[in-house]
Ligand binder design. Structure first.
Ligand SMILES: Nc1ncnc2c1ncn2[C@@H]1O[C@H](COP(=O)(O)OP(=O)(O)OP(=O)(O)O)[C@@H](O)[C@H]1O
Length: 274
């Protein structure tokens, strides 16, 4: 099957019949409202396993809401989301689709790890325990196995020397690299990245992006990334989705979107941020 016939991403009505059934993430006519504000408008897109997809677009266009939906921090008003073939906010009961219970959503969500803008580390735990806590208590891993995995991940993010420190003893960039290791420790199939460098001092941004580039290029993890770092997006993305007012107005390979966008709104947005 050629790459042309099997695009990793198909957005807002795009056809992806060749990949039907093999998507890791599938948004099907998802609408999300806050009051009368339609934040996502009948959104369809899917992501194939191993692909790195970046969401770009103006402030308020709905990018973070997509990640929040995937973490089940909010629920869709209409439409469905599937992760690894399972409904996320719905479950099938007696042949009918009903809102999912927390147990079902939690199981499906185990496939997903997220790194937030604000790191969200446990302040009262040292670095090692920040990383082992969920594998031990959620996945049921033995302490030794969890610690070994944590050490490997800390090596990968360049923080082996900081294993015994508390988060407050680390720079923002180091804390964010711990947060990345913590997310990966759960061995998720999907890694969500929400503006992970926007809370960092400028001199710390490159170190975090280098770690993420390395992960993107050396692992088979699927990434869904919201970022204003356009060079980073260009480096790691298989596909870029351009959002405007809750819809994908354009999608494609980064070379196309960043150098020859079709939509006037994309051109305006890129000229403001590049
Ligand atoms: N909890 C909430 N209650 C009400 N409105 C909300 C809430 N969360 C988000 N919104 C609104 O939803 C819209 C989309 O927000 P979202 O954070 O998804 O946009 P975004 O594209 O990620 O923006 P940014 O690039 O600024 O982070 C915005 O109009 C925002 O004000």
């Amino acid at each position: 099957m050629s790459a042309e016939k099997n695009p990793s991403t198909a957005a807002n009505g795009g056809t992806n019949a060749a990949a039907e059934g093999s998507e890791l993430i599938k948004f099907d006519n998802v609408t999300k409202r806050y009051g009368s504000n339609v934040v996502l408008d009948n959104l369809c897109f899917d992501v194939s396993p191993g692909k790195h997809v970046t969401l770009i677009g103006p402030s308020g266009s709905g990018k973070t809401t997509i990640l929040r939906l995937l973490m089940t921090l909010v629920k869709p008003d209409e439409g469905t989301i599937k992760v690894a073939g399972e409904y996320l906010s719905h479950e099938e009961r007696n042949g009918k689709l009903v809102p999912a219970g927390e147990k079902h959503s939690r199981e499906v969500r185990k496939n997903i790890g997220m790194v937030f803008q604000q790191f969200n580390l446990f302040p009262n735990m040292k670095v090692l325990r920040n990383i082992t806590e969920a594998p031990v208590h959620v996945l049921g891993l033995g302490k030794d196995e969890a610690e070994q995995r944590a050490r490997e991940l800390l090596e990968m993010v360049g923080l082996t020397d900081h294993i015994d420190k508390y988060p407050t003893q680390l720079s923002g960039g180091q804390q964010q690299r711990v947060a990345i290791a913590r997310a990966l420790a759960m061995r998720p199939q999907v890694l969500l990245l929400d503006e992970v460098t926007s809370a960092l001092d400028p001199e710390l941004v490159a170190g975090v992006l280098d770690v993420l580039r390395d992960i993107a290029h050396s692992t088979d993890i699927t990434m869904l990334c919201v970022t204003h770092e356009m060079n980073f997006a260009r480096d790691i993305s298989d596909d870029v989705l351009m959002f405007d007012a809750g819809r994908v107005i354009e999608s494609g390979a980064p070379e196309k979107i960043f150098t020859d966008p079709e939509h006037e709104r994309t051109r305006e947005f890129l000229s403001a941020v590049l």
